[in-house]
Ligand binder design. Structure first.
Ligand code: NAD
Length: 260
């Protein structure tokens, strides 16, 4: 029974992170929603989740590109809810460009947000989980944590790093009632993916439906997007007792991508 646990989900005012927060809140898990902004909409999002599920939800601003803010997010979650039981490292950005012209500042930002943030939040949260005698760290990697595509150097490097980091955290917590795993989604139709569609339409001279089927889902044999609800459900499973011996591994939610 996960009711009354506290989950921190980084990068969760949109897309997969928001879907995970909603699914966990349905299980009466208190959720901390996060992004780098601090708008009325951000706080209303938390209120809406709370109203709809009866779980407590709080929005806490923290920029995941900055190590000290990553650590402060965990501290503020403890101030709000007394503990952090579940850490979901989800914040992530993308940039698609050939390596020769790939902007170094984009490389740095992607490594910071998609990889280093998970190190900082886990560094703050794992000792607390150990003290409390229970914990789950779930890192949202990607099919690109296991395979590569051209023009995604920083993203693929960061996501492979997330898979490696997850294994190390799992080994360091192996004798504690704590697990750490990485989820590797294929394509999910979120704002991050939506943003890649117009350029791809132009580049290939294709309409939207053709881009989705022939380009985005070219490597996803199911020819369907995974959904944010399914990813929330996968996180919930990894938090359950059934998953207590699942640690240091990856779960693909990719419609068969990595079977190809
Ligand atoms: P999204 O753009 O909808 O969400 C990204 C979230 O991260 C947003 O809430 C955004 O506010 C937040 N964020 C960005 N920069 C931040 C920062 N500096 N500090 C704090 N928060 C920040 O994208 P998404 O598709 O939901 O992606 C979520 C995660 O899932 C990412 O790690 C992404 O790499 C991964 N993923 C996505 C897909 C997909 O197809 N959408 C596939 C595999 C993996």
């Amino acid at each position: 029974d996960l009711a009354g646990k506290t989950a921190v989900i980084t990068g969760s005012n949109s897309g997969i992170g928001l879907g995970i927060a909603e699914e966990l809140a349905k299980l009466k898990i208190n959720v901390v929603i996060n992004s780098f902004t601090d708008t009325d909409e951000d706080h209303e999002l938390a209120k809406k989740i709370s109203d709809e599920t009866g779980a407590q939800a709080k929005y806490i601003k923290a920029d995941m590109s900055k190590g000290d803010e990553c650590r402060a997010l965990v501290e503020k979650a403890v101030e709000a809810f007394g503990k952090v039981d579940i850490l979901v490292n989800n914040a992530g950005i993308q940039h698609v460009e050939a390596i020769g012209t790939f902007p170094p500042e984009k490389w740095d930002a992607i490594i910071a947000i998609n990889l280093s943030s998970s190190f900082h939040t886990a560094a703050a949260a794992v000792p607390l989980m150990r003290e409390n005698g229970w914990g789950r760290v779930v890192n949202i990697a990607s099919a690109h944590g296991l395979t590569a595509s051209p023009f995604k150097s920083a993203y693929v490097a960061a996501k492979h790093g997330v898979v490696g980091l997850s294994k190390v955290i799992a080994l360091e917590t192996a004798e504690d009632p704590i697990t750490c795993n990485a989820i590797c989604p294929g394509y999910v139709l979120t704002p991050l993916v939506e943003a890649q569609i117009p350029d791809t339409m132009k580049e290939y001279g294709m309409d939207r439906e053709t881009v989705i089927r022939e380009v985005l889902l070219a490597r996803q044999p199911s020819k369907e997007f995974a959904t944010t609800e399914q990813l929330g459900g996968t996180v919930a499973f990894l938090c359950s007792d059934a998953a207590a011996q699942i640690t240091g591994t990856t779960i693909s939610v990719d419609g068969g991508w990595t079977a190809l």
